[in-house]
Design a protein around this ligand. Structure first.
Ligand SMILES: Nc1ncnc2c1ncn2[C@@H]1O[C@H](COP(=O)(O)OP(=O)(O)OP(=O)(O)O)[C@@H](O)[C@H]1O
Length: 317
């Protein structure tokens, strides 16, 4: 059974269609990325999943419970950080957690608070005032809070926004660690590089509609479409491959790029060897999410320096 199931979900505000016919299903132990430019409808979808707003149409189930019909059971299985986590700066990390545990009806004298502090790596810092915490520590405290009730589903809206690269890496490690315990993690981002590194599957949303859903392994492993070949003479190698009807380009004196499906690689090797070309190495060039994304999302653009995605065309700032 999937931990999160979103079926035919639509959200209309006034006459405006914000999210249209969204379908997603997320399994336990899976990290599922939700990728789209600003304004695509990510936050609106997430707000529906965590019960902050109601869908106009469609069904959302969490751990099998319908969020409309069995709301408290469904929501008891979701931990979330939507936008920046709310924390009280004048309280310590531990006091913040005690406060939220009380609100959620979780015993504050048991060991759960110690456990969540440990999971997020704040043990030893729990008695410091939160206003002295770094942004990364605050984010981890938010995560500790989301984990208090042992949810099956964790929903994170742009969780690494504003974190430095070390903070982002740490947070990614945490998500992986939680998924390894069987938790389903739903994470949104407008940064390709973020999701590329941690997600098992990724859905791409544009103007309120899911335009693609891809398995990360298909993108990064299965779909190798070119190899980089190091040889003694790239010019001789290129000629031999072109004669054998393979597509190749010289990259440098000793380096060649060959567009080829994995099962045609032996044919390439035989061709080079029979043309007396020495082969030193053959490396697959992995398809990145970025290339796939560009193939799929005609009209969206990627800012090359920030790797942020934008609507593209004239709307691109
Ligand atoms: N209450 C509302 N009334 C009218 N329009 C809204 C409302 N909430 C969101 N929108 C519009 O719906 C679109 C999707 O917004 P949403 O916040 O879901 O996008 P997003 O993908 O999360 O983008 P961002 O990363 O910028 O938050 C936007 O154009 C937004 O202006």
């Amino acid at each position: 059974m999937s931990v999160l199931s979103v079926q035919g979900v639509t959200k209309k505000i006034g006459s405006r269609m914000i999210v249209e016919d969204v379908n997603m299903s997320i399994n336990e132990g899976e990290i599922y990325g939700f990728l789209g430019p600003n304004g695509a409808g990510k936050t609106t979808t997430i707000r529906m999943i965590v019960g902050l707003i109601k869908p106009t149409k469609g069904t959302i189930r969490i751990a099998g419970y319908d969020i409309q019909k069995e709301r408290s059971k469904a929501l008891s299985q979701v931990g979330t950080i939507v936008e920046n986590p709310e924390t009280y700066g004048y309280l310590t990390g531990q006091q913040n957690l005690i406060h939220y545990a009380r609100l959620a009806g979780i015993p504050t004298h048991g060991k759960r608070i110690r456990e969540v502090l440990d999971i997020v790596g704040l043990t030893g810092r729990e008695n410091e005032k939160v206003r002295r915490y770094s942004l990364g520590m605050r984010q981890r405290l938010g995560l500790a809070q989301a984990l208090l009730a042992r949810p099956q589903l964790l929903v994170l809206d742009e969780p690494t926004n504003g974190l430095d690269p070390a903070g982002m890496r740490e947070f990614r490690g945490l998500m992986q660690q939680l998924a390894d315990t069987g938790m389903a993690v739903f994470v949104s981002s407008h940064l390709l590089s973020e999701l590329e590194q941690i997600c098992h599957r990724v859905a791409i949303i544009k103007s309120g509609r899911i335009i693609a859903e891809e398995k990360m392994s298909d993108i990064t492993e299965g779909s190798v479409r070119s190899v980089s070949v190091r040889v003694n003479s790239a010019i001789a190698a290129e000629k031999a491959l072109l004669d054998a009807k393979l597509t190749a380009q010289v990259v440098a004196d000793n380096l060649l790029s060959v567009q080829i499906e994995p099962d045609a690689v032996p044919h390439m090797v035989r061709t080079l060897v029979s043309s007396n070309v020495d082969i030193f190495s053959i490396e697959p060039v992995k398809e990145s999410l970025e290339n796939t994304f560009l193939d799929l999302t005609d009209g969206l653009q990627i800012n090359p320096s920030t790797r942020e995605i934008a609507p593209g065309g004239d709307t691109h700032a």
